[in-house]
Design a protein around this ligand. Structure first.
Ligand code: KG4
Ligand code: ZN
Length: 373
């Protein structure tokens, strides 16, 4: 393998949840193709991802999706220099389909295979682009924010491959809260984008839903209280028969619904986004050496979050790396990009063939995580 790093082609494969995705990325930053086969239609009647259905759909789709990614990139399979696969965290059956495909292809081609962390891959989504539109290299160290359906965390990143987690949600991920509130409001699955759209037609009530006060200086997040506030505002406060009798004896009216769906959406969105931006502000205060903010995960597609983070970056002189819309949700281009960075840092030595899938992340569980920047 004697192509220079900037010319090497990495085939990325992503199957951690309900998107079967494959991509070809050149030099770790130029996306030649980015194919995503979503399974939303298969899971919508259950209002959540059904693991067994997801694994079967990945098994049917993974090779056709890889073939399409190669064809769209105009690349022959034998021209691929390495295969990267998201092997953690996620649904174990789904991950195993991608890992099996990646190892089989790499073995047959005689090229290295590398398993990458899906959450860490979201952090590089703002560093890639199609040919001619690649973002400039990032200035390290950078602050990282992953806001997705499974994770809401912040990191200090020394490079694409080295990060230390400095904050995380203590209950729901922000995307999960979006999806649950969308269900309360009767919106179709997955609810995040639908709620985002509905919020734009509503009015955020003042003072609004309460922000969780974990500790005055904490960088952790909490979204489960917001979900309850949305439920009570839209459906009313549930009451036991005893509480009802006491209230009626006092002659007080019942605590019924106080907001329509659009206003709940707008009020929830305002509170959820404000909570995220507040913690990013705190992290920037604490780490003035970070002159860039890397953002990733499905919720980085949110209109209000994008707007507020850009405004914060402008006010602080911090470069905000929002991914292009096609790299916000789960995709394999970010997996290939991170795989390239990992392989380049270790002279293109692949993982051992015993590399396998894991449902949990091993990525920077704390200051003792995978390498302080
Ligand atoms: O990163 P992702 O595709 O999967 C995980 O790794 O979890 O994120 C999916 C999440 C879902 O919760 C989805 O509702 C949310 O991202 N999402 C949004 C928007 N688009 C997707 N949430 C709020 N506003 C959006 N526009
Ligand atoms: Zn994701």
């Amino acid at each position: 393998m004697n192509a220079p790093d900037a010319e090497r082609l990495v085939l990325g494969i992503e199957t951690s949840c309900d998107e079967t995705a494959a991509a070809v990325v050149r030099g770790g930053r130029t996306v030649l193709s980015n194919v995503i086969a979503s399974q939303h239609d298969l899971h919508s009647e259950y209002r959540g991802v059904v693991p067994e259905i997801a694994s079967r759909a990945h098994a049917e789709r993974v090779l056709p999706v890889v073939r399409r990614a190669l064809a769209e990139a105009g690349v022959d399979l034998r021209g691929v220099h390495a295969v990267a696969v998201g092997n953690r965290p996620g649904l174990i059956g789904s991950l195993l389909v991608g890992v099996g495909a990646a190892k089989g292809l790499a073995w047959a081609l005689g090229v290295p295979v590398v398993g990458v962390d899906h959450v860490q891959a979201h952090l590089v989504a703002g560093c890639i682009g199609p040919a001619g539109a690649e973002p400039a290299p990032v200035r390290w160290p950078a602050l990282g924010l992953v806001a997705s359906g499974g994770h809401t965390s912040m990191y200090v990143c020394g490079s694409p491959t080295r990060a230390v987690r400095i904050g995380a949600t203590i209950d729901d991920a922000v995307g999960e809260a979006y999806d649950k509130v969308a269900t309360i409001l009767g919106l179709p699955f997955p609810g995040g984008p639908e709620l985002d759209r509905l919020a734009q037609t509503g009015r955020a009530h003042r003072p609004g839903f309460p922000l969780a006060r974990i500790a005055p200086d904490s960088l952790d997040f909490s979204f489960s209280g917001l979900k309850t506030a949305a439920l009570y505002a839209f459906c009313g406060v549930p009451e036991s028969p005893q509480a009802r009798a006491r209230r009626e004896a006092r002659g007080e009216p019942e605590h019924g619904p106080t907001m329509n769906a659009a206003d709940v959406a707008a009020t929830f969105q305002e509170a959820a986004v404000s909570a995220v931006v507040l913690k990013v502000q705190r992290a920037l205060d604490r780490r003035p050496d970070c002159r860039a903010l890397l953002v990733g995960g499905g919720v980085s597609a949110n209109s209000l979050l994008r707007q507020r983070l850009l405004a914060l970056g402008e006010a602080r002189g911090v470069e905000v790396r929002l991914p292009r819309m096609e790299y916000c949700l789960d995709n394999a281009a970010m997996v290939a990009a991170l795989g390239h960075a990992i392989l380049a840092a270790r002279d293109w030595r692949g993982d051992d063939w015993s590399m396998t899938a894991s449902p949990s992340t091993a990525f920077c569980a704390g200051p003792s995580g995978t390498g302080a920047p």
